[in-house]
Design a protein around this ligand. Structure first.
Ligand code: ADP
Ligand code: GLC
Length: 487
């Protein structure tokens, strides 16, 4: 099955969140399942630098006239074939992939990311005479226009199916309607039955409306986004499309996240031998200047600092966490006020709270390896990867019961301890009291050493790899293109 995966981010080259982890792991898992997967990426500087043996496939004029080069090459760090849009004027800029150094979205984002969709449709219509995708699978609003462009390909190309994965409905790619006519879509596409959204142009809606099938990254989130509370105004459309909407849970890329062979951590360990984890904890506490009380549970947070992540609840319960003898190490960046509040708490209790504002992959691995509990109190969470990394590294997740967190974490209630399914701590009401009680359960279990070890062993032994998700995607692709395919 020939599948073109289209995304704006890819680990380890360009990453602002879990999208990058998924964009890197899914193609490899699909290929391991017998697929023939290639990538389409914007030519951000780290992607261009990683591209080997690249050849110019085509020189094209974008719908608004701008000249661009499409290259085909081999991404060295991922060992995958990729098409890359080589247009430094659009993609090589200081800042994040989406914002400048002042955190302002680039004014031409609609062009930068429409191009991703437009080139995907050109590949779908045979731009590369050696390889043409049967499925164009795009991720998040940045790539969503692929489904619209594919929908308007001439009829001889209609057997190219489009799949659109929503990683987070909260980021919708809204742009002023005046730009619509630059994008080369037929005028009819700008309507309620299309990408028009309250008078604006919504890339997210293009993906939801025009794709043959929509997926999202957990079964619970697939249901939640069909409700007005979590639908961001798209819930009506999503209910209409419910038969073409599936939740497929993300996995863990075990070539990157495996405590038994993780070069970032001081001592390897696994479910059967956690001595290395004890050492990782001792090492990190010493490194960070945290007091070495042997029986203190160490809580960890690795997160973007945005409203979604519910970190204000952690600030609300931090006094109790410390009063019960716990310690906290957190790394994140985002909202400046929240960053300052966490920094302040670290200054006030340097032996118990360690706060790192910034982004550091290696340090993230060390936090999961060293901590006993991973806190993920998100108000909503499409899938969430950090609770999965917590499971894998024996740092039991403590989560709000929502989205992918609800689908992956089972609370340590008496009954779920008895039936051996418990693997973490869950709170249901999104408030400080809910988090506080779940935290108390974590302390109570931590005091029962044998039970703690049993739950941790179970968490670490859970199969979390990408093979299950890959099989579900392959089934979906097969359903969408049952016909044998001629290149
Ligand atoms: P989201 O994509 O909403 O941010 P996920 O849990 O799906 O949430 O993915 C977050 C990813 O980003 C994980 O790989 C996590 O380890 C990583 N991450 C988040 N913040 C940081 C940080 N400050 N430093 C290093 N990695 C981070
Ligand atoms: C988004 C979501 C997160 C999910 C990730 C990867 O960033 O916020 O929940 O895990 O995408 O699918």
């Amino acid at each position: 099955m020939k599948v073109l995966q289209v995304s704006a981010e890819i680990f380890p080259l360009i990453k602002t969140g879990g999208l990058a982890d998924v964009a890197a792991a899914l193609p490899v898992a699909l290929n391991a399942a017998g697929g023939d997967t290639r990538l389409l990426l914007p030519g951000f500087a780290p992607i261009m630098a990683d591209l080997r043996a690249s050849k110019v496939l085509a020189v094209l004029a974008a719908p608004w006239g701008e000249r661009l080069v499409v290259r085909r090459g081999h991404l060295a760090s991922l060992d995958l074939l990729a098409y890359v849009i080589d247009r430094p004027e659009l993609y090589c800029r200081p800042g994040t992939p989406y914002e400048d150094l002042q955190h302002q979205p680039f004014a031409d984002n609609y062009r930068r990311f429409a191009l991703l969709g437009w080139v995907a449709s050109r590949l779908a219509s045979g731009l590369d005479s050696d390889w043409r995708p049967q499925v164009v699978h795009s991720h998040d609003w940045h790539a969503a226009l692929a489904s619209a462009y594919v929908a308007f390909l001439p009829v001889q190309n209609v057997h190219v199916a489009s799949v659109y994965t929503v990683h987070n409905l909260a980021y919708d790619g809204l742009f002023a309607p005046r730009h619509f006519f630059e994008l080369g879509l037929p005028p009819g596409a700008f309507s309620v039955d299309g990408l028009e959204f309250h008078g604006q142009m919504s890339f997210m809606k293009a993906g939801l409306y025009f794709s043959d099938h929509i997926t999202t990254v957990s079964p619970s989130y697939a249901l939640e986004i069909q409700t007005p509370e979590d639908g961001y105004g798209m819930d009506g459309l999503l209910r209409l499309r419910a038969n073409a909407l599936t939740g497929i849970l993300n996995g863990v890329d075990e070539s990157v996240w495996d405590p038994a062979r993780d070069p970032a951590i001081s001592d390897p360990f696994d479910a059967h031998n956690t001595e290395g984890k004890r050492r990782c904890k001792a090492w990190l506490r010493q490194e960070l200047g945290l007091a070495v009380q042997n029986d203190a549970p160490l809580f960890g947070i690795v997160s973007r600092i945005t409203e979604q992540k519910g970190l204000h609840l952690v600030l609300n319960v931090l006094d109790e966490l410390l009063a019960q003898g716990g310690q906290l190490v957190m790394m994140g960046e985002g909202d400046p006020e929240m960053e300052a509040a966490f920094r302040q708490r670290a200054l006030a209790s340097p032996q118990a709270v360690s706060v790192h504002i910034g982004y550091n992959e290696r340090f993230a691995h060390r936090i999961f390896a060293a901590t006993d509990v991973t806190l993920v109190p998100s108000s909503f969470e499409p899938c969430g990867l950090t609770q999965l990394y917590g499971l894998k590294y024996g740092s039991l997740p403590l989560v709000h019961h929502v989205g992918g967190l609800a689908d992956t974490v089972v609370d340590c209630t008496l009954e779920d301890l008895a039936n051996e399914t418990a693997n973490g701590f869950v709170f249901y009401r999104f408030d400080a009291q809910g988090l506080r009680r779940a935290m108390s359960r974590a302390f109570a279990l931590y005091a029962r050493k044998a039970e703690w070890r049993a739950v941790r062993k179970r968490a670490m032994s859970q199969p979390l790899g990408w093979d299950k998700a890959a099989a579900q995607y392959v089934n979906l692709y097969r359903k969408l293109c049952p016909e044998p395919f001629q290149n």
